[in-house]
Design a protein around this ligand. Structure first.
Ligand code: 5GP
Length: 188
C-alpha cells in the first residue's frame, strides 16, 4: 500500500497546509529576530517532533544562534500524557549564562515544557523561553508560560510536520487531524 493510500485511511481532514505552516514560521521568526536582537540564543529543539519546525523557524530568525537538542518523553505511543516526564537524551551545550529558546511542536498538558524549562534554569541559564508551533490549551496541567506560539488548536490529535502517530507520519508536509475511529481502535 502506498503512503498516500495509508494516510487517507487515518487522516480526517487537513488542519494546516504547508503555506499556513510557513506563514506561522515567518511571523514567529520575525518576532524572535526582534526579541533576540544583539543576543546569541541557544535554540533547543525537543526531539523528535520539533525537528521540521526548528529547521524552518531558525532560517526565519535573523540572529546569530546555536542549536542543540534534547529528547524528553511523556507520551510513549498513547494519546494522553503519562504525566511522567523522562529525559532520554541530554544537551551537549553548557547553558549557564545563555539565553535559551526551547522549540517544541505542540504543548498539551505543559509538563514536558515545564520540565525542560526548570532543568535549564537550574543549570544557570540567563533566560528560558518557549516557542511552540501549536498550543493545545484544553488539557493544560501546569502554568508554564508559552511566550511564542504559531496557532491554538482544539482538543484533537494532530499528525504531520514532525507530529507522529505511533512514530509514523512525521514527514507529512501538512498537519492533519487523526480520525476519531483510529484513536478508538488504538485505545481498544
Ligand atoms: P505535554 O507534556 O505538553 O502534555 O505534551 C507534549 C508532547 O505531547 C508533544 O511534544 C507531543 O509529542 C505530544 N502531543 C501532544 N498532543 C499531541 C497531538 O495532538 N499529536 C501528536 N502527534 N503529539 C501530541
Amino acid at each position: 500500500m502506498s503512503k498516500r493510500d495509508n494516510i487517507s485511511k487515518i487522516i480526517d481532514h487537513k488542519l494546516f497546509t504547508e503555506d499556513d505552516i510557513q506563514q506561522m514560521c515567518v511571523s514567529l521568526g520575525k518576532q524572535l529576530t526582534e526579541d533576540y536582537a544583539g543576543k546569541k540564543p541557544l535554540v533547543v529543539g525537543a526531539l523528535k517532533g520539533a525537528i521540521f519546525f526548528l529547521t524552518d523557524l531558525v532560517r526565519e530568525m535573523d540572529v546569530e544562534e546555536e542549536i542543540d537538542f534534547m529528547d524528553v518523553s511523556s507520551y510513549g505511543n498513547s494519546f494522553e500524557s503519562t504525566g511522567n516526564v523522562r529525559l532520554i537524551s541530554d544537551l551537549s551545550t553548557d547553558v549557564s549564562g545563555r539565553d535559551v529558546l526551547i522549540v517544541e511542536d505542540i504543548v498539551d498538558t505543559g509538563l514536558t515544557l515545564q520540565y525542560m524549562k526548570e532543568l535549564i534554569l537550574q543549570r544557570g541559564a540567563n533566560s528560558v523561553k518557549c516557542c511552540v508551533l501549536l498550543n493545545k490549551e484544553a488539557n493544560r496541567a501546569t502554568d508554564v508560560e508559552i511566550e511564542y506560539y504559531g496557532s491554538k488548536v482544539g482538543n484533537e490529535f494532530v499528525v504531520g510536520y514532525g507530529l507522529d502517530f505511533k512514530n509514523c507520519y512525521r514527514n507529512l508536509r501538512y498537519i492533519g487531524v487523526l480520525k476519531p475511529e483510529v484513536i478508538a481502535q488504538t485505545a481498544e
